[in-house]
Design a protein around this ligand. Structure first.
Ligand code: PMV
Length: 324
């Protein structure tokens, strides 16, 4: 009753921002991401008869409290699915090139879903696994697949049609994604709280939702055509629109810091100099920059010169779930 799985994190090009059902984690909008090869989580789940509770070790450190609670709540779903009331030891290792707050819930929950389902003897196909991972963390449902991935929001209230599908394999398009690590980061509003507050109070939220079908349709075409400028400009505009909703919330908030703005301006100035580069930002201050392999030297040099930037981690489109 033991299995190990590896999952890579992903960055949304069309963001998931807002839930229509909090407990099942059903999104208010369909969304699309690219899986990154630079960041992964490897998780071993071992169900054992003699355990009195779940145990969670992250990077070889014993974890208690809230984070253990999240793992245990997720394992409860796996136990319920299999009909087997047995506790587990979970060992996770985050492979993140620097210790910069980049460990993602997406790779963590996707690896936990895959390893725990396998260890307890459930044989789930990728669609079922995506639905299971979704209930741990929404963005995790996309990390089941490599390359470019769409999370289709579905219509049903039981979540049976809310799961991810692959739009294009990682080998379809050789793009680069630079994760820009800021030297000081202060994440104050979790994605869960940020979404909830925005959905409930921001008058801009309706405008955000209205634009999604058009963005999604156009970005899928841009990916199919390998039209980098089109893909990048849609992703950047979608990111700005998501972050604009937070400014309209009550109380208002933003994930941006001074260095976040400097990175955004640098990317825009690279474009003015003829380098096609675009940014996107999730629920935190770090920025991801999309560019083409031939521009790597120029992009890296400019990003490294920004005050407040600590490190740059380069990814290509990565793989989906694998078992070790
Ligand atoms: O899956 P969560 O709860 O970590 O939320 C992710 C939300 C964003 O990163 C802001 C957008 C996205 O689609 O990943």
């Amino acid at each position: 009753m033991k299995a190990t799985a590896r999952a890579h994190t992903n960055i949304a090009l069309i963001k998931y921002w807002g839930k229509r059902n909090e407990s099942l984690i059903l999104p208010a909008n369909s969304n699309l991401s690219v899986t990154l090869d630079g960041f992964s989580t490897e998780t071993t789940v071992h169900f054992q008869e003699d355990l009195k509770k779940d145990i969670f070790l992250l990077n070889e450190q014993n974890v208690e409290g809230n984070d253990l609670g999240k793992v245990a709540v997720f394992l409860d779903k796996v136990r319920a699915l299999s009909g087997n009331e047995i506790y587990a030891q979970v060992q996770s290792v985050n492979h993140v090139p620097t210790a910069a707050g980049f460990a993602s819930s997406a790779s963590g929950l996707a690896a936990l879903a895959a390893a725990s389902a396998k260890a307890i003897g459930l044989s789930l196909d990728d669609t079922e696994l995506s639905k299971l991972a979704r209930q741990g963390s929404g963005s995790a449902c996309r990390s089941i697949y490599g390359g470019f991935v769409e999370w289709q929001m579905g219509e049903r209230e039981d979540g049976a049609d809310s799961f991810a599908v692959q739009v294009a394999d990682r080998s379809h398009w050789d793009i680069r994604i630079a994760a820009v690590v800021l030297s000081k980061t202060m994440k104050k509003v979790s994605s869960r709280e940020g979404m909830r507050r925005t959905v409930e109070t921001s008058p801009f939220y309706a405008g955000w939702l209205e634009q999604i079908p058009k963005d999604l349709q156009e970005i899928k075409q841009a990916i199919a055509d390998k039209d980098f400028e089109k893909m990048g400009s849609i992703a950047e505009a979608n990111c700005l629109r998501m972050h604009a909703t937070t400014l309209g919330a009550n109380p208002p908030f933003t994930y941006w810091q001074d260095t976040t703005m400097r990175v955004m301006q640098t990317v825009q100035s690279l474009r003015e100099q003829g380098v096609p580069a675009f940014f996107t930002i999730d629920a935190g201050p770090n920025v991801k920059v999309l560019y083409l392999p031939e521009d790597e030297d120029k992009v890296k040099k400019r990003l490294h010169s920004i005050e407040g930037v600590d490190d740059i981690i380069i990814s290509k489109p990565g793989n989906g779930i694998s078992y070790l």
